[in-house]
Write a protein that binds this ligand. Structure first.
Ligand code: G6Q
Length: 546
């Protein structure tokens, strides 16, 4: 158990000693603090100095990483070892953006395979972008609908939105994920059968939501044309080529990937074809490049200046030792509006685990709750709780040095808000200052406690040059490796997701009961039984009550 390591014990002791420390006093006591805890790497600037992190804690964290053999574990991942032990799989999304000529999985060099699928992505995306790809009536494609969910949706949807400034002017991208028919219906209202192309993105090609939506999409196309034209309106991305063919998609229109690419790590694979269609294949390559820059840094940089390692260590220090349950990711960038949602899957599906890699129950806190919204919207909503609530919520602020919009003055306002929020969280406002501010106010005594800001709230600020395919690739890969680091530190498997299975299994029992396609009533708890009765189609209970 990791709890018996000497560095663990040291960190426990330090947590008791340091949890009430003042970050501002760290600055006062160490004139080199800023220099020590800020880094330029991967074309970005990282300011960790506003964290509750000081030299002896940092050393103990680094020692912990060493005792957890993090360096060897990183090598094992990059070398294609089957580190996803419960599914007996390698974890090689890094191979999808690598510049190495040989990466072996089970003795087979996967680099040529990766390049071959990438070439298919190039050919297909260029055909669509150039207008050469036409629908059943001979018109070029105008609308692309990616049907997928989880890892087959969040990455492409988030990145396509993030890079919308680089998108093809004649192509509109849509993403349908929810099995709620509303999602597909509302999307199709904006599309025309003649000029719509669906991408069925599913690693397994068995996912209920995706197959249900894909079948509905096929019916929709067939309201306007006949079976022999289906091929002109469907692409598939999958590891299950046979199943995609069975669905009716022609082999030429299927792009593959491999089981060593986890769903939530698959945006770099052909699952990212919608990105290539939207921003062009060159742009997609730059996106891969941005991630490769991080991979190279992560593999080579010493831990004391290795950004994903530092991010991982700080996050673990907060979550496990200081008990900060959640962290907020607040991009001051409208293009990154879906970045927090993407990170929720990446982080929480990867590290929301409570047994070690060998199956023992953990006795410490693992993956945090991740949440966030773009600034400045959050400032007018939930920041109150971060500033004056009862919890400490560490924050990652993300901001571009340069904005893309022509409203450059607004970008400066945005930056000012970002910097000021980090500053406010750090310095707070004490009673004395508030008293001075309210010296002419008759209600001063009443107001003072409400206007005091405790401050000392930790944050990290990441500054990137500007939103570009490369930058977005870089940001994603940084967080991917942060999540990996934490999984190793906590000794959990970050690459499986058994926790999503039970609900799926039970849904397949509930569905026939709701549909009344079975007369057999399953055994459920009383609450579930009552809900099934209420929602059975011909039950008018809701109406009666209403
Ligand atoms: C991610 C998960 C999950 C997966 C979806 C979609 O790591 O495995 O989010 O991506 O369940 O699965 P398919 O791509 O197989 O449809």
């Amino acid at each position: 158990m990791i709890t018996s390591l000497s560095s663990w014990k040291r960190l426990e002791q330090l947590a008791t000693e340091k949890k009430s420390d003042s970050i501002l006093s760290y600055f006062r006591l160490d004139s080199l603090r800023l220099r020590k805890y800020t880094f330029r790497a991967c074309d970005c600037y990282f300011d960790f100095s506003k964290n509750l992190l000081v030299d002896d804690v940092f050393s103990a964290l680094l020692q912990f990483a060493k005792e957890r053999n993090l360096a060897d574990e990183i090598k094992r991942m990059f070398n294609g070892e089957a580190i996803n032990t419960t599914e007996k799989r390698a974890v090689l999304h890094t191979a999808l953006r690598s510049k190495k000529s040989t990466i072996n999985v089970d003795g087979e060099n996967v680099v040529p395979l990766v390049n071959a699928e990438l070439e298919k992505v190039r050919v297909l995306s260029e055909k669509i972008r150039s207008g050469e790809w036409v629908g059943f009536s001979g018109k070029p494609i105008t609308d692309i609908v990616n049907i997928g969910i989880g890892g087959s949706d969040l990455g492409p949807a988030m990145v396509t939105q993030a890079l919308s400034a680089y998108s093809h002017p004649q192509l509109t991208m849509h993403f349908v994920s929810n099995v709620d028919g509303t999602h597909l219906w509302e999307t199709l209202k904006k599309c025309n059968q003649e000029t719509t192309l669906f991408i069925v993105a599913s690693k397994t090609f068995t996912t209920q939501e995706t197959i249900t939506n894909a079948l509905a999409a096929k019916r929709w196309i067939l309201t306007a044309t006949t079976d022999e034209h289906i091929a002109k309106h469907f692409l598939a991305v999958s590891t299950a080529i046979g199943k995609a063919k069975q669905f009716g998609i022609t082999e030429d229109n299927i792009v593959g990937f491999w089981d060593w690419v986890g769903g939530r790590y698959s945006v770099w694979s052909s699952i990212g074809i919608s990105i290539a269609i939207s921003i062009g294949f060159e742009g997609f390559l730059q996106f891969l490049d941005g991630a490769n820059v991080v991979d190279t840094h992560f593999e080579a940089a010493p831990f004391f200046e290795n950004i994903p390692v530092i991010m991982g260590l700080i996050g673990m220090w907060y979550c496990t030792f200081l008990g900060y349950d959640s962290y907020a990711v607040l991009p001051y960038d409208q293009y990154l509006a879906r970045f927090p949602a993407y990170l929720q899957q990446l982080d929480m599906e990867s590290n929301g685990k409570s047994v070690t890699r060998t199956g023992e129950n953990v006795t410490y806190k693992t993956g945090p709750i991740v949440w966030g919204e773009p600034g400045t919207n959050g400032q007018h909503a939930f920041y109150q709780l971060i500033h004056q609530g009862t919890r400490t919520i560490p924050v990652d602020f993300l901001v571009a040095k340069e904005g893309l919009s022509p409203y450059t003055d607004q970008h400066t306002i945005l930056q000012a808000n970002c910097i000021a929020q980090a500053e406010a969280l750090l310095i707070g406002k004490n009673e004395e200052t508030v008293r001075e501010e309210l010296k002419n106010n008759l209600n001063a005594e009443l107001l003072i406690p409400h206007k005091v800001f405790e401050g000392n709230k930790p944050s990290t600020t990441i500054v990137y040059p500007k939103i570009s395919p490369k930058t977005v690739g870089t940001l994603l890969a940084l967080y991917e490796h942060k999540v990996f680091v934490q999984g190793i530190l906590w000794d959990i498997n970050s690459f499986d997701q058994w926790g999503v299975e039970l609900g799926k299994q039970l849904a397949s029992n509930v569905l026939p009961e709701l549909q009344k396609s079975t007369s057999q009533r399953g055994t459920h708890d009383p609450s579930t039984t009552a809900l099934i009765s209420l929602l059975q189609r011909d039950d008018s209970g809701l109406k009666k009550e209403g």
